[in-house]
Design a protein around this ligand. Structure first.
Ligand SMILES: [Zn+2]
Length: 141
């Protein structure tokens, strides 16, 4: 049986019926951080609480990555099999912007302000067969 493991601990709830990105929100000033942090990036307070982020937001900015990133980029791709992918920031309700990969890489189908869902899918396969799960932003159908 294939195991599915999150790409990093604490980045999102996993396993979960409806996985969600995990942020931290400052109880003093209300600013949220993703990924979750021990202290507030705005006021340095350590009075922060974990918070699950909403699963839908709007595309704040984006670009297409057209060449294979340098290490520590880890995927199963080689420079020969690399496919361009979209990358962008999703602005979520509650004032958090999260950077991530897009499921779409056709510039004609992407525009700032469009609604996107946060989805969770295999990113690469480890040598032992484990599927590494990451999050992606997918245009709302
Ligand atoms: Zn703060």
């Amino acid at each position: 049986m294939t195991r599915q493991v999150p790409i990093a601990e604490g980045l999102f709830t996993w396993p979960a019926a409806r996985p969600a990105l995990l942020a931290s929100r400052c109880k003093k000033c209300g600013v949220a951080s993703f990924p979750a942090a021990q202290s507030c990036m705005a006021c340095s307070s350590q009075d922060v609480a974990p918070e699950e982020l909403p699963g839908r937001g709007t595309l704040w900015t984006w670009t297409i990555q057209r060449f294979m990133p340098k290490t520590p980029y880890r995927s199963n791709e080689t420079p020969e099999t690399f496919k361009p992918y979209g990358v962008g920031y999703l602005e979520l309700p509650g004032g958090v912007r999260v950077e991530g990969r897009l499921t779409e890489n056709d510039p004609a189908k992407l525009h700032i302000g469009m609604e996107m869902d946060v989805v969770f899918a295999p990113y690469r396969t480890e040598d032992n067969g484990d599927e590494v799960i990451s999050f992606f932003f997918q245009p709302v159908a």
